[in-house]
Design a protein around this ligand. Structure first.
Ligand SMILES: Cc1cc2nc3c(=O)[nH]c(=O)nc-3n(C[C@H](O)[C@H](O)[C@H](O)COP(=O)(O)OP(=O)(O)OC[C@H]3O[C@@H](n4cnc5c(N)ncnc54)[C@H](O)[C@@H]3O)c2cc1C
Length: 873
């Protein structure tokens, strides 16, 4: 233990240390090593009596890692990989602790660690640009940089059960297990909690105890670990090229080099689905669960098939049907709470001396002097084991009283949920870093990979500051808000927020319900962190030696699924459409249409023909599955007046048909350059007239129509409304213009900002216009509806624009101009979307909200008509 006098000169001269690190688990140890390597003076402060962190404290029977040992280990020291041989696929706690002790000894790290020293407060002193750290030992230490490597799961959650203190028997906490071990032989034991620690310890406690009663509030999904030797194929892969293997792990989704599935669960037959799930069950690998199909954590229907599969396994293992049922999770999707790996967990409930008490049926009332009372029964025990989990991620950080600039405490700043930039730093708290903090992949990854990445990033950042003669770094408020938004955007397209999990803070009373980790993937996260540095520490203010460098900005502005789609498209190196002939471009876009998800089922699809302005036009009618007749929407597809068909917009039409419960009639129109302006506009208007005249034949409700269109189709929908106004009919009660072309002017800022990188480019738009209309015709309101002299009297409108669309500003301008002319308009700007993403049903899940709003607007347009009819009657 370090003597306190060591820190006595805290407030004079240079700070005591360049860096103070809290913790000496995987993170703290590597930090010390790396900082030392880079020539920084560093001191780690550790509440425990030795190194190990998680593996120092959690000594309960059955404690092991649930990421394979070869993956769950350091990669920074290649010699370590040859020196250390893991004995099992999933190493036990003693083995992992020995490993960390070995690392500490090998790199002589203990000499820089003060054990049994708990950090209680940390205060930023702006005058000296340093942190003042206070510990439970009364020490005061100053440092330039303060790094919390305090762990995500190091603050046990206290059981909040009445009477906890009055039990006279033995009491144990899985997260603070006695070093001497515990012998349960001949004892009546209770275990409260069936999270990972409960699931690991229950079979081993049952093997010793005379009687074991498990109190379960929420069942969890668990699959067998099939522990034993490391699988030979994996070991061979690792041994063949360790450096390559580690690199693949670093750039993988969850920090483990497992291939991603390329197909969704609902895209294969039931047999194939089952075969894949059997393989997952047999492989016994945690990350394998979420990777069985590419939509397990995205699509409720897909996830339900896996829930059913695991439920089937539980029912087949557990012989008592009531117990089996109680063990089957019903309140959350697989993987949305931390799933578990077990050894004989479900089998344990077949033992005569083991009983499960389902607290959902008979809640826990209190702990008594002799045992536990539920609402229906009293139990007597010799020992109670609490496996009640942790105040995860934010708990250990805010347990320290951290005060940043202007006396603001982190506890207050994070009262409604953590705000961080990259999960690494937080605005207002300069030079304060967290390893695997909230907003980083942390607990949703192999943590050793995430820890190494964070430590490397932090240490390189400190080195860069030193090299540039700077001392202080702090994220900007804009960067932080942007990252928090991105973290939420990533979570919101998954099923994770639907579960009452500790990922959401739901296990701790009063904790804000915020999704804490970053689910975008360790690969995507690493890319973002690297990009921040490559762009000159984007989102940071760095200062020192009379310099102040502000590099404000947001690192991720696209919706995460849009970003992934763009990256996938860029990897395919697709040829630009504008370099093709129209025929080739049409064929190419048809090929793309053929390989995307089909969209939802509708009640009926009917193809037909209607008379256009210059001959027959194909149409496709989508009827909802609900009882008709329905209101009718006329829809025009996108494709720059050159490409597209009702095939190209089929999933979008299906989706809107189902959501808005209206008949959609998607009308083909003549394409340019074969048929230039105004052929498309005249066809569109002719189609609307014909449909208005044949509503009942089409199974529609007589009355006004809604017109809707995307891109060039949005242009046609807008133009049709103007033509109908001029012709005094047909009656249109609403127009929905989705990222529409409304003008031929390329000078608006959105063309400059978004003209190159987001699928619809400026040059492609040029190509479309060149095919569609002569320059002289382009300003005609039938081509550029924004140019109309008068926009009054048009139908109510919803104009949808996408942030990263060259057409964004002209869409917004049209909404504004209509509103100025007295038209009832709603403008829906879609953050992080591109021109093509809102229509990509089942591919761009972040577009679902906009499609819901479009459908709500359509329903609203029709309701307003019905209200009027009722009023008139
Ligand atoms: C039972 C269990 C099993 C796990 N299995 C896996 C697994 O298989 N794979 C995986 O990726 N992750 C697993 N984890 C997560 C695990 O926490 C991390 O993998 C990893 O060990 C974290 O290392 P760390 O150094 O960041 O934090 P920790 O190991 O938690 O170390 C943090 C240290 O900081 C100290 N500390 C905290 N606050 C203070 C303070 N105020 N003052 C002084 N010291 C303080 C603590 O005493 C602790 O020793 C598991 C967690 C648990 C609890």
């Amino acid at each position: 233990m370090a003597p306190d006098s060591e820190f006595a000169n805290a407030s004079f001269g240079k700070p005591d240390f360049d860096v103070v690190v809290v913790g000496s688990g995987f993170a703290g140890l590597y930090l010390l090593h790396k900082l030392r390597e880079l020539g920084f003076s560093a001191r780690a402060l550790e509440a425990a009596g030795d190194v190990g962190g998680t593996w120092y404290w959690n000594r309960y029977p059955g404690a092991r890692c649930d990421i394979m040992s070869i993956d769950y280990s350091y990669s920074f020291d290649p010699d370590l990989e040859t020196e250390w041989q893991w004995s099992e696929k999933y190493a036990t706690q003693p083995e992992i602790l020995r490993y960390l002790q070995h690392v500490a000894a090998k790199h002589d790290l203990r000499r820089d660690i003060a054990f049994e020293t708990r950090v209680e407060s940390a205060t930023w002193d702006k005058d000296s640009s340093r942190w003042l750290i206070r510990t439970n030992r009364g020490a005061e230490i100053t440092c330039r940089y303060y790094v919390m490597a305090a762990g995500c799961l190091s603050k046990p959650k206290e059981p909040e059960i009445e009477g906890c203190d009055c039990f006279r028997g033995e009491v144990y906490y899985t997260s603070r297990w006695p070093h001497r071990g515990v012998d349960f032989t001949a004892k009546r034991v209770a275990v409260i909690g069936t999270g990972s620690s409960g699931i690991q310890s229950i079979p081993l406690i049952a093997a010793q105890a005379k009687q074991l009663t498990v109190f379960q509030r929420t069942p969890n999904f668990s699959i067998p670990a099939h522990n034993g030797p490391i699988p030979t194929h994996r070991l061979a892969e690792y041994e063949r090229d360790r450096a390559g293997y580690r690199e693949r792990a670093r750039w993988s989704r969850f920090g483990v080099p497992i291939e991603l599935a390329e197909i969704g669960a609902m895209q294969v037959s039931e047999e194939e689905r089952r075969a894949r799930y059997e393989a997952v069950w047999e492989a016994g690998e945690l990350v394998g669960i979420g990777l069985a199909f590419n939509d397990i954590i995205l699509n409720p229907k897909s996830n339900e098939t896996l829930c059913e599969f695991i439920g089937g396994k539980i029912r087949a293992i557990v012989t008592n049907p009531e117990t089996a049922e109680a063990l089957c999770p019903t309140d959350h999707y697989v993987a949305t709470k931390r799933a578990c790996l077990d050894t004989n967990y479900y089998e344990t409930f077949n033992l005569d001396h083991v009983r499960l008490v389902d607290l959902r049926k008979t809640p826990l009332a209190r702990i008594t002097e002799t045992g536990i009372d539920t609402t229906s029964e009293s139990f007597e025990f010799d020992a109670i084991v609490y496996a009640t989990g942790f105040d995860a991620m934010t708990g250990p950080i805010v347990a320290v009283n951290i005060t940043g600039r202007n006396g603001v405490t982190l506890r207050n700043k994070w009262a409604d949920g953590p705000l961080s930039y990259l999960g690494l730093m937080t605005t207002g708290f300069p030079n304060f870093f967290a390893v695997t903090g909230p907003g980083s992949p942390s607990v949703l990854s192999n943590m050793t990979v995430s820890i190494e990445q964070h430590v490397d990033w932090i240490c390189n950042c400190l080195k860069d500051l030193r090299d540039e003669n700077l001392e202080v770094i702090e994220p900007t408020a804009t960067a932080e808000a942007g990252w928090v938004q991105h973290v939420n955007d990533c979570a919101n397209i998954t099923l994770f927020p639907t579960a009452n999990s500790w990922y959401m803070g739901a296990n701790v009373p009063g904790k804000p319900r915020v999704f804490l980790p970053y689910i975008g993937g360790t690969d995507a996260y690493r890319t973002a962190c690297n990009e921040v540095v490559a762009r000159g520490y984007l989102g940071f203010v760095r200062s020192g030696s009379g310099q102040r460098r502000v590099n404000d900005g947001v690192i991720r502005r696209l919706q995460p699924d849009v970003q992934m789609l763009l990256e996938a498209m860029s990897a395919l190196n697709l040829p630009p459409l504008e370099e093709m002939s129209p025929e080739a471009a049409r064929a190419f876009s048809s090929e793309l249409s053929a390989v995307r998800p089909p969209g939802p089922e509708v009640g009926e699809i009917v193809d037909g023909v209607l008379p256009g302005a210059g001959g027959d036009l194909d149409y496709r009618l989508y009827r909802p599955a609900t009882a008709g007749p329905h209101r009718v929407v006329v829809y025009f597809h996108g494709g720059g007046w050159v490409l597209g068909s009702h095939d190209s917009d089929d999933p979008f039409c299906r989706d809107l048909c189902v959501r808005s419960n209206a008949v959609f009639v998607s009308v083909n129109y003549r394409h340019a350059p074969e048929h230039c302006f105004p052929a498309a506009a005249e066809d569109a208007f002719a189609a609307v007239r014909w449909i208005a005249d044949h509503l009942e034949t089409l199974g529609g409700v007589p009355g006004p129509l809604v017109v809707c269109g995307w891109s060039a189709g949005g242009n046609l929908a807008a133009v049709v409304c103007q033509m109908a106004r001029a012709a005094d009919g047909p009656a249109i009660c609403g127009q929905v213009l989705v990222t529409p072309v409304t003008d031929c002017d390329f000078l608006r800022p959105s063309y400059n900002e978004n003209g190159a990188d987001y699928v619809l480019t400026k040059s492609l738009m040029n190509w479309f216009w060149d095919h569609y209309a002569d320059p002289a015709n382009r300003t005609d309101p039938k081509a550029s509806p924004l140019r109309a002299n008068d926009l009054s009297g048009l139908p109510r409108a919803l104009v949808v624009t996408a942030e990263f669309d060259p057409l964004r500003d002209e869409g917004a301008a049209y909404a504004e101009a209509m509103a100025a002319a007295g038209v009832e308009v709603k403008h829906l700007p879609c953050r992080g979307q591109i021109h093509t993403s809102l229509t990509a049903v089942d591919m761009i899940l972040s577009g679902a909200g906009a499609r819901a709003e479009i459908s709500a607007a359509i329903r609203q347009f029709f309701h307003q008509v019905e209200d009027l009819v009722m009023r008139d009657n």
